[in-house]
Design a protein around this ligand. Structure first.
Ligand SMILES: *Cc1c(COP(=O)(O)O)cnc(C)c1O
Length: 429
């Protein structure tokens, strides 16, 4: 008996990109094939250069292929150092821990244990939520409107965006959203709602294990919480013995100026998540920082195959040595952020009748347009002019600036000129 082999399915096109799932997203707004990247410039196959105001969504705070970090990574491979080692002791792992302690934690008077929860940000969030539940024996977690914490189920449950939540396909439970700073436009006293629910036995709010918060909501539209609001939240958590988790995955590693985004408010979270720029070179690495008394995990209770990528430890250590041995880098970031803010204020003043809103802190800045459509036009026009800039916010109405912190001033100025022109065009002005 002969059987005929099943006919191979025909692909819609000869173009290999068609093989990729429809889930791809950034390549839709930026339909170029990139081949090279250096500092704050990406080069496409056709030779076009683009100024990068995106920086891998905050993964490339020190720019693309920083020469000194690159050398460390190349040496790691050339010398046959350990690339993959689960959580075995390696010299680069030890060196990273020592440098992180000496140059980041100790100078800030912070006492944390470091867990490596897996390669990405969502891994760090999941680990923090799991540990908070284990420590407190409680289930529920309080999150904030327009928060973003990643795409795994636990992280999605504390994420606001309805489209992303919908992707879960099952109910996302054990999380309660509360209003972020300024949600009611300053007409409601800070934390009034949360405070009332926590102290009212009839509120229906199960006592939470933890509160998870971003000090500046990146994906949520560059919403910067005021320092007083963060201090109020920390005080409320302490009063009710609720753990405070700061998700510093996008806003940490110097994005807002200081290494941690919560330094300015003077609060000390119980746990902190870091990922994106911690390796310094765009390589996967994530950390969950835990106050020592909370570190009640059994060995192996949280696990993962990729929890210590040798070259990422090497570049992370080098990045801390290079940028965080003094406060020079922080000062430059704050100055660049102030420049972006002043340019955005000028744009908002120029188009006053459109009521543009200037948002952000440090080098995380946003310009809110009257609609997502208009912000999308600005980003699309910017791409045509050779600038990569994305939009964020519940309706994608915010043009979101996240350039490398190392961006040269001329490129920062050139990119802002492109944005100003694109805004003028989108508003028909
Ligand atoms: C990017 C991000 C995450 C998720 O990190 P992944 O590496 O994409 O899993 C979580 N929280 C914040 C604030 C982020 O910006």
């Amino acid at each position: 008996m002969t059987t005929t082999a099943p006919k191979p399915t025909t692909r819609r096109s000869e173009d290999p990109v068609e093989l990729e799932s429809e889930v791809r997203s950034y390549s839709r707004g930026w339909p170029a094939v990139f081949t090279h990247a250096k500092g704050s410039v990406l080069t496409a196959e056709d030779g076009r250069e683009y100024i990068d105001f995106f920086a891998g969504a905050g993964t490339l705070n020190y720019g693309h292929n920083h020469p000194e970090l690159k050398k460390v990574v190349i040496d790691h491979f050339v010398e046959d150092r350990v690339v993959h080692g689960l959580d075995m002791f390696t010299d680069v792992r030890r060196q990273f821990l020592q440098t992180f302690d000496e140059k980041i934690l100790q100078p800030r008077g912070l006492d944390y244990k470091v867990a490596f929860p897996g390669p990405g940000g969502a891994n760090a969030v999941e680990a923090a939520l799991k540990l908070a539940r284990k420590v407190t024996g409680r289930e529920s977690v309080v999150s904030f409107t327009n928060g973003f914490h990643g795409m795994t189920l636990g992280a999605l449950s504390v994420t606001g965006n309805s489209m992303k939540r919908g992707g879960a396909g099952i109910p996302l439970v054990h999380a309660t959203p509360m209003p972020f700073d300024d949600y009611f436009g300053q007409i409601v006293p800070d934390h009034m709602y949360l405070e009332r629910l926590l102290s009212d036995g009839g509120s229906g709010l199960n006592k939470p294990a933890a509160v998870i918060v971003e000090t500046v909501q990146g994906e949520g539209g560059i919403n910067a919480a005021r320092a007083e609001w963060l201090r109020g939240l920390a005080a409320l958590c302490a009063e009710h013995e609720i753990l405070l988790i700061v998700d510093d995955i996008q806003m940490g590693c110097g994005r807002t100026g200081g290494f941690f985004s919560f330094e300015e408010a003077g609060i000390v979270p119980d746990m902190v998540t870091l990922s994106k720029s911690i390796s310094g070179y765009g390589m996967p690495l994530a950390l969950t920082l835990i106050k020592p008394e909370l570190d009640i995990w059994e060995p192996g209770e949280h696990n993962g195959t990729f929890r210590g990528f040798g070259p990422a430890f090497a570049s992370a250590t080098a990045a801390i040595d290079l940028f965080w041995s003094d406060d020079e880098f922080e000062k430059v970031t704050i100055a660049k952020g102030a420049y972006v803010e002043s340019r955005f204020n000028q744009i908002a003043a120029r188009f006053e009748e459109h009521e543009l809103i200037v948002k952000g802190r440090g080098l995380a800045r946003g310009l809110q347009l009257p609609s997502g459509e208009l912000a999308g036009q600005v980003a699309a026009q910017a791409f045509e002019e050779g600038l990569l800039v994305e939009t964020s916010g519940p309706d994608d109405e915010v043009v979101k600036l996240l350039p490398a912190l190392t961006i040269p001033e001329e490129q920062l100025r050139a990119g802002l000129d492109i944005i100003e022109k694109a805004v003028a065009e989108a508003l028909g002005a």
